[in-house]
Design a protein around this ligand. Structure first.
Ligand code: SF4
Ligand code: SF4
Length: 350
Protein backbone atom coordinates (compact mmCIF):
# COMPACT_ATOMS: atom_id res chain seq x y z
CA UNK A 1 0.00 0.00 0.00
CA UNK A 2 1.33 3.43 -0.90
CA UNK A 3 0.97 6.57 1.20
CA UNK A 4 1.93 10.08 0.24
CA UNK A 5 1.94 13.39 2.07
CA UNK A 6 0.61 16.53 0.42
CA UNK A 7 1.72 19.87 1.82
CA UNK A 8 -1.35 22.14 1.78
CA UNK A 9 0.78 24.87 0.18
CA UNK A 10 1.05 22.65 -2.89
CA UNK A 11 -2.57 21.42 -2.86
CA UNK A 12 -4.15 24.11 -5.04
CA UNK A 13 -1.42 23.91 -7.67
CA UNK A 14 -1.70 20.13 -7.76
CA UNK A 15 -5.47 20.21 -8.17
CA UNK A 16 -5.15 22.81 -10.92
CA UNK A 17 -2.51 20.71 -12.67
CA UNK A 18 -4.91 17.73 -12.70
CA UNK A 19 -7.48 19.81 -14.62
CA UNK A 20 -5.36 19.25 -17.74
CA UNK A 21 -6.46 15.60 -17.69
CA UNK A 22 -9.60 15.46 -15.53
CA UNK A 23 -12.93 17.19 -15.16
CA UNK A 24 -13.24 17.98 -11.46
CA UNK A 25 -16.19 17.63 -9.11
CA UNK A 26 -16.20 18.52 -5.44
CA UNK A 27 -17.92 20.25 -2.53
CA UNK A 28 -19.05 23.81 -3.21
CA UNK A 29 -21.19 26.09 -1.08
CA UNK A 30 -24.10 27.75 -2.82
CA UNK A 31 -27.38 29.32 -1.74
CA UNK A 32 -28.77 25.83 -0.99
CA UNK A 33 -25.88 24.72 1.22
CA UNK A 34 -22.95 22.51 0.34
CA UNK A 35 -23.33 20.49 -2.87
CA UNK A 36 -21.03 18.13 -4.74
CA UNK A 37 -20.86 19.81 -8.15
CA UNK A 38 -18.75 20.13 -11.24
CA UNK A 39 -16.03 22.66 -10.46
CA UNK A 40 -15.61 25.64 -12.75
CA UNK A 41 -11.99 26.20 -13.85
CA UNK A 42 -11.45 28.88 -11.20
CA UNK A 43 -13.20 27.03 -8.34
CA UNK A 44 -11.42 24.84 -5.78
CA UNK A 45 -13.15 22.07 -3.82
CA UNK A 46 -14.13 23.28 -0.34
CA UNK A 47 -12.14 20.78 1.73
CA UNK A 48 -13.32 22.36 5.00
CA UNK A 49 -16.93 21.41 4.41
CA UNK A 50 -18.84 19.66 7.16
CA UNK A 51 -21.70 17.87 5.39
CA UNK A 52 -23.15 18.12 1.89
CA UNK A 53 -26.89 18.42 1.34
CA UNK A 54 -26.71 16.11 -1.68
CA UNK A 55 -24.27 13.27 -2.19
CA UNK A 56 -22.02 12.67 -5.19
CA UNK A 57 -24.53 10.32 -6.84
CA UNK A 58 -25.36 12.86 -9.54
CA UNK A 59 -21.79 12.64 -10.89
CA UNK A 60 -22.67 9.18 -12.28
CA UNK A 61 -26.45 9.49 -12.30
CA UNK A 62 -27.43 13.09 -13.16
CA UNK A 63 -30.79 14.40 -12.06
CA UNK A 64 -31.65 14.76 -15.75
CA UNK A 65 -29.68 12.98 -18.46
CA UNK A 66 -30.23 12.85 -22.19
CA UNK A 67 -29.88 9.18 -23.09
CA UNK A 68 -31.27 8.83 -26.63
CA UNK A 69 -31.83 11.15 -29.53
CA UNK A 70 -33.48 10.90 -32.98
CA UNK A 71 -34.11 12.98 -36.05
CA UNK A 72 -37.78 13.46 -36.98
CA UNK A 73 -36.87 14.87 -40.36
CA UNK A 74 -38.01 12.37 -42.96
CA UNK A 75 -35.37 13.68 -45.36
CA UNK A 76 -32.74 12.09 -43.10
CA UNK A 77 -31.93 8.47 -43.86
CA UNK A 78 -31.97 7.54 -40.16
CA UNK A 79 -35.08 9.50 -39.19
CA UNK A 80 -37.09 8.18 -36.23
CA UNK A 81 -34.26 5.86 -35.20
CA UNK A 82 -33.23 6.38 -31.59
CA UNK A 83 -29.47 6.60 -31.06
CA UNK A 84 -27.44 6.93 -27.93
CA UNK A 85 -26.89 10.59 -27.04
CA UNK A 86 -23.31 11.82 -27.03
CA UNK A 87 -22.15 12.45 -23.50
CA UNK A 88 -18.74 13.42 -22.19
CA UNK A 89 -17.05 10.44 -20.51
CA UNK A 90 -13.57 11.92 -20.40
CA UNK A 91 -11.73 11.26 -17.10
CA UNK A 92 -13.25 12.91 -14.07
CA UNK A 93 -12.26 13.12 -10.43
CA UNK A 94 -14.54 13.62 -7.44
CA UNK A 95 -12.45 15.40 -4.80
CA UNK A 96 -13.47 15.24 -1.16
CA UNK A 97 -16.23 12.64 -1.43
CA UNK A 98 -17.21 11.28 1.98
CA UNK A 99 -16.39 7.60 2.58
CA UNK A 100 -20.04 6.62 3.14
CA UNK A 101 -20.98 8.21 -0.19
CA UNK A 102 -18.28 6.20 -1.98
CA UNK A 103 -19.58 3.05 -0.32
CA UNK A 104 -23.07 4.03 -1.56
CA UNK A 105 -21.75 3.97 -5.12
CA UNK A 106 -20.66 0.36 -4.63
CA UNK A 107 -24.23 -0.50 -3.56
CA UNK A 108 -25.75 1.31 -6.55
CA UNK A 109 -23.27 -0.57 -8.77
CA UNK A 110 -24.93 -3.85 -7.74
CA UNK A 111 -28.02 -2.63 -9.57
CA UNK A 112 -26.53 -0.83 -12.58
CA UNK A 113 -23.66 -3.18 -13.36
CA UNK A 114 -24.78 -6.79 -13.15
CA UNK A 115 -23.59 -9.93 -14.89
CA UNK A 116 -26.71 -9.94 -17.03
CA UNK A 117 -26.91 -6.24 -17.81
CA UNK A 118 -24.69 -3.19 -17.70
CA UNK A 119 -26.52 0.11 -17.74
CA UNK A 120 -24.25 1.91 -20.25
CA UNK A 121 -24.63 5.51 -19.06
CA UNK A 122 -23.91 4.77 -15.41
CA UNK A 123 -21.15 2.24 -16.18
CA UNK A 124 -19.31 4.55 -18.62
CA UNK A 125 -19.45 7.38 -16.09
CA UNK A 126 -18.26 5.04 -13.34
CA UNK A 127 -15.32 3.79 -15.41
CA UNK A 128 -14.17 7.32 -16.15
CA UNK A 129 -14.30 8.50 -12.53
CA UNK A 130 -11.69 8.50 -9.80
CA UNK A 131 -12.95 8.95 -6.23
CA UNK A 132 -10.73 10.93 -3.87
CA UNK A 133 -12.25 10.55 -0.41
CA UNK A 134 -11.88 12.80 2.61
CA UNK A 135 -12.03 11.06 5.99
CA UNK A 136 -14.57 12.41 8.46
CA UNK A 137 -13.02 13.69 11.67
CA UNK A 138 -16.21 15.32 13.05
CA UNK A 139 -19.15 12.99 12.36
CA UNK A 140 -22.55 14.69 12.37
CA UNK A 141 -25.28 13.83 14.90
CA UNK A 142 -27.30 11.88 12.32
CA UNK A 143 -24.39 9.72 11.18
CA UNK A 144 -24.91 6.02 11.93
CA UNK A 145 -22.51 4.73 9.30
CA UNK A 146 -20.49 2.43 11.56
CA UNK A 147 -23.52 0.24 12.27
CA UNK A 148 -24.21 -0.38 8.56
CA UNK A 149 -20.80 -1.51 7.37
CA UNK A 150 -19.12 1.76 6.54
CA UNK A 151 -17.68 4.58 8.66
CA UNK A 152 -15.71 7.83 8.71
CA UNK A 153 -12.56 6.31 7.21
CA UNK A 154 -14.08 3.42 5.23
CA UNK A 155 -12.08 2.74 2.06
CA UNK A 156 -14.66 0.83 0.02
CA UNK A 157 -15.38 2.47 -3.32
CA UNK A 158 -12.50 4.94 -3.02
CA UNK A 159 -9.37 5.28 -5.12
CA UNK A 160 -7.62 7.59 -2.65
CA UNK A 161 -8.45 8.30 1.00
CA UNK A 162 -7.24 11.60 2.46
CA UNK A 163 -6.76 12.43 6.11
CA UNK A 164 -6.59 16.11 7.02
CA UNK A 165 -3.57 16.75 9.25
CA UNK A 166 -3.98 20.56 9.49
CA UNK A 167 -0.95 21.68 7.48
CA UNK A 168 -0.94 18.69 5.14
CA UNK A 169 -2.99 15.77 3.84
CA UNK A 170 -1.95 12.19 4.29
CA UNK A 171 -3.15 10.21 1.26
CA UNK A 172 -3.63 6.47 1.09
CA UNK A 173 -3.51 5.36 -2.54
CA UNK A 174 -5.94 2.48 -2.87
CA UNK A 175 -6.10 1.70 -6.60
CA UNK A 176 -4.16 2.24 -9.84
CA UNK A 177 -6.77 4.87 -10.77
CA UNK A 178 -5.89 6.71 -7.58
CA UNK A 179 -2.19 6.40 -8.33
CA UNK A 180 -2.73 7.90 -11.80
CA UNK A 181 -4.66 10.82 -10.31
CA UNK A 182 -1.98 11.57 -7.71
CA UNK A 183 0.57 11.49 -10.49
CA UNK A 184 -1.53 13.92 -12.58
CA UNK A 185 -1.49 16.31 -9.59
CA UNK A 186 2.25 15.92 -9.15
CA UNK A 187 1.79 14.62 -5.58
CA UNK A 188 4.65 12.19 -5.02
CA UNK A 189 6.14 12.69 -1.53
CA UNK A 190 6.03 9.10 -0.24
CA UNK A 191 5.31 8.56 3.46
CA UNK A 192 6.42 5.67 5.66
CA UNK A 193 3.78 2.95 5.31
CA UNK A 194 3.69 1.72 8.91
CA UNK A 195 3.62 5.20 10.44
CA UNK A 196 1.00 6.40 7.99
CA UNK A 197 -1.28 3.39 8.55
CA UNK A 198 -0.94 3.80 12.33
CA UNK A 199 -2.01 7.44 11.98
CA UNK A 200 -5.03 6.48 9.87
CA UNK A 201 -6.00 3.89 12.50
CA UNK A 202 -5.83 6.48 15.29
CA UNK A 203 -7.93 8.98 13.32
CA UNK A 204 -10.48 6.31 12.42
CA UNK A 205 -10.90 5.16 16.01
CA UNK A 206 -11.19 8.74 17.28
CA UNK A 207 -13.85 9.58 14.68
CA UNK A 208 -15.78 6.34 15.27
CA UNK A 209 -15.94 7.10 18.99
CA UNK A 210 -17.96 10.20 18.16
CA UNK A 211 -20.70 8.29 16.35
CA UNK A 212 -23.39 7.77 18.94
CA UNK A 213 -26.19 6.72 16.64
CA UNK A 214 -26.69 3.17 15.38
CA UNK A 215 -29.17 0.66 13.97
CA UNK A 216 -29.54 -3.07 14.44
CA UNK A 217 -30.15 -5.22 11.39
CA UNK A 218 -29.08 -8.72 12.42
CA UNK A 219 -32.59 -10.25 12.57
CA UNK A 220 -34.16 -8.74 9.45
CA UNK A 221 -32.95 -11.49 7.14
CA UNK A 222 -34.60 -14.28 9.10
CA UNK A 223 -38.04 -12.67 8.83
CA UNK A 224 -40.19 -13.33 5.78
CA UNK A 225 -41.27 -10.58 3.40
CA UNK A 226 -44.91 -11.35 4.11
CA UNK A 227 -44.37 -11.15 7.85
CA UNK A 228 -42.80 -7.70 7.60
CA UNK A 229 -45.32 -6.60 4.98
CA UNK A 230 -48.14 -7.30 7.41
CA UNK A 231 -46.47 -5.64 10.40
CA UNK A 232 -48.70 -3.32 12.40
CA UNK A 233 -46.46 -0.23 12.39
CA UNK A 234 -46.75 0.83 8.73
CA UNK A 235 -50.02 2.76 9.14
CA UNK A 236 -48.69 4.85 12.04
CA UNK A 237 -45.43 5.44 10.24
CA UNK A 238 -47.08 6.53 7.00
CA UNK A 239 -49.63 8.79 8.72
CA UNK A 240 -47.41 11.86 8.83
CA UNK A 241 -45.55 11.33 5.55
CA UNK A 242 -46.39 13.97 2.94
CA UNK A 243 -44.80 11.99 0.09
CA UNK A 244 -42.51 14.90 -0.73
CA UNK A 245 -39.75 12.53 -1.91
CA UNK A 246 -36.98 14.49 -0.19
CA UNK A 247 -35.66 11.38 1.56
CA UNK A 248 -35.13 9.63 -1.77
CA UNK A 249 -33.52 12.57 -3.59
CA UNK A 250 -30.95 13.21 -0.85
CA UNK A 251 -30.19 9.50 -0.48
CA UNK A 252 -26.91 8.39 -2.08
CA UNK A 253 -28.27 4.86 -2.62
CA UNK A 254 -31.67 5.67 -4.19
CA UNK A 255 -31.81 5.19 -7.95
CA UNK A 256 -35.49 5.39 -9.02
CA UNK A 257 -35.91 7.13 -12.36
CA UNK A 258 -38.51 7.98 -14.96
CA UNK A 259 -38.19 8.30 -18.74
CA UNK A 260 -39.54 11.33 -20.61
CA UNK A 261 -39.60 11.95 -24.35
CA UNK A 262 -39.51 15.43 -25.78
CA UNK A 263 -40.03 16.31 -29.44
CA UNK A 264 -39.32 19.77 -30.80
CA UNK A 265 -39.62 20.63 -34.46
CA UNK A 266 -37.57 17.95 -36.27
CA UNK A 267 -35.78 16.48 -33.32
CA UNK A 268 -36.61 14.17 -30.41
CA UNK A 269 -34.76 13.42 -27.20
CA UNK A 270 -35.29 10.86 -24.50
CA UNK A 271 -34.34 11.90 -20.97
CA UNK A 272 -33.87 9.93 -17.80
CA UNK A 273 -34.91 11.90 -14.70
CA UNK A 274 -34.69 11.11 -11.02
CA UNK A 275 -38.01 9.92 -9.69
CA UNK A 276 -39.18 8.74 -6.31
CA UNK A 277 -41.05 5.67 -5.09
CA UNK A 278 -42.83 8.04 -2.70
CA UNK A 279 -44.78 9.61 -5.56
CA UNK A 280 -48.11 8.02 -6.58
CA UNK A 281 -47.27 8.75 -10.23
CA UNK A 282 -44.15 6.59 -10.06
CA UNK A 283 -46.11 3.35 -10.27
CA UNK A 284 -49.30 4.47 -12.01
CA UNK A 285 -49.86 2.34 -15.10
CA UNK A 286 -51.14 3.68 -18.42
CA UNK A 287 -54.47 1.99 -17.62
CA UNK A 288 -54.84 4.14 -14.51
CA UNK A 289 -54.29 1.19 -12.20
CA UNK A 290 -51.77 1.89 -9.46
CA UNK A 291 -50.26 -1.04 -7.54
CA UNK A 292 -49.01 1.40 -4.89
CA UNK A 293 -51.87 3.83 -4.91
CA UNK A 294 -51.97 4.48 -1.17
CA UNK A 295 -49.46 6.32 0.96
CA UNK A 296 -48.89 3.43 3.32
CA UNK A 297 -47.98 1.19 0.38
CA UNK A 298 -45.38 3.67 -0.80
CA UNK A 299 -43.82 4.29 2.60
CA UNK A 300 -43.64 0.55 3.21
CA UNK A 301 -42.07 0.05 -0.21
CA UNK A 302 -39.27 2.51 0.49
CA UNK A 303 -38.27 0.85 3.73
CA UNK A 304 -38.84 -2.71 2.53
CA UNK A 305 -36.66 -2.07 -0.50
CA UNK A 306 -33.82 -0.57 1.50
CA UNK A 307 -33.93 -2.82 4.50
CA UNK A 308 -35.32 -6.14 3.30
CA UNK A 309 -35.51 -6.73 -0.49
CA UNK A 310 -32.00 -5.42 -1.14
CA UNK A 311 -30.58 -7.38 1.78
CA UNK A 312 -32.22 -10.61 0.56
CA UNK A 313 -31.28 -10.08 -3.07
CA UNK A 314 -27.61 -9.10 -2.82
CA UNK A 315 -26.54 -10.33 0.62
CA UNK A 316 -24.41 -7.19 0.99
CA UNK A 317 -26.16 -5.60 3.94
CA UNK A 318 -28.94 -3.04 3.76
CA UNK A 319 -29.29 -0.42 1.04
CA UNK A 320 -28.27 2.38 3.37
CA UNK A 321 -24.86 3.76 4.33
CA UNK A 322 -25.98 5.62 7.44
CA UNK A 323 -25.27 9.13 6.16
CA UNK A 324 -28.34 10.40 8.02
CA UNK A 325 -29.41 12.80 5.24
CA UNK A 326 -32.97 11.45 5.06
CA UNK A 327 -33.35 11.73 8.84
CA UNK A 328 -32.10 15.30 8.84
CA UNK A 329 -34.16 16.36 5.81
CA UNK A 330 -37.54 14.76 6.43
CA UNK A 331 -40.01 17.58 7.19
CA UNK A 332 -42.10 15.31 9.46
CA UNK A 333 -39.23 13.54 11.25
CA UNK A 334 -39.62 10.07 9.84
CA UNK A 335 -36.44 8.33 10.91
CA UNK A 336 -35.01 5.30 9.10
CA UNK A 337 -33.09 4.33 12.25
CA UNK A 338 -36.36 3.83 14.14
CA UNK A 339 -37.94 1.96 11.22
CA UNK A 340 -34.93 -0.30 10.88
CA UNK A 341 -34.95 -1.13 14.58
CA UNK A 342 -38.72 -1.76 14.48
CA UNK A 343 -38.33 -4.12 11.55
CA UNK A 344 -35.46 -5.90 13.24
CA UNK A 345 -37.38 -6.34 16.49
CA UNK A 346 -40.73 -7.18 14.89
CA UNK A 347 -42.33 -10.43 16.04
CA UNK A 348 -45.37 -11.74 14.24
CA UNK A 349 -48.49 -11.71 16.44
CA UNK A 350 -50.57 -14.91 16.31
S1 SF4 B 1 -38.93 13.06 3.41
FE1 SF4 B 1 -40.36 12.36 5.01
S2 SF4 B 1 -42.33 13.26 4.42
FE2 SF4 B 1 -41.01 13.37 2.59
S3 SF4 B 1 -41.48 11.46 1.46
FE3 SF4 B 1 -39.70 11.02 2.78
S4 SF4 B 1 -40.59 10.14 4.67
FE4 SF4 B 1 -42.28 11.18 3.57
S1 SF4 C 1 -31.54 5.82 3.64
FE1 SF4 C 1 -31.10 7.78 4.63
S2 SF4 C 1 -29.36 7.38 6.00
FE2 SF4 C 1 -29.50 5.66 4.57
S3 SF4 C 1 -28.09 6.20 2.89
FE3 SF4 C 1 -30.14 6.94 2.30
S4 SF4 C 1 -30.22 9.07 3.02
FE4 SF4 C 1 -28.47 8.09 4.04
Amino acid sequence: MKFITIDKNTWTNGIDKSRERYQLFGPVNDENGCQIKKLDPDVQPDMEYYESVMSAKSVLFPQTEKILTASLNEADEDHHIMKRAENDYSPRAVIGIRPYDAKAITLVKLNFDTQAFQEPYWCDAYESTVFVGLGITRPGPFDFSTSVGTGPFCEEGLDILLADLDDKYLAKILTPKGDAYAEACGFDATADENEAQALFDILRKEAEKNIASCVTTDKIKEKTILELHQADFWDDLAFSCINCGTCTYVCPTCWCFDIQDEARQKHANRFRNWDTCMSPLFTRHATGHNPRGTKVQRVRQRFMHKLKYFLDKYDQGIMCVGCGRCVKSCPVNIDIREVCNMMNAYEKQD
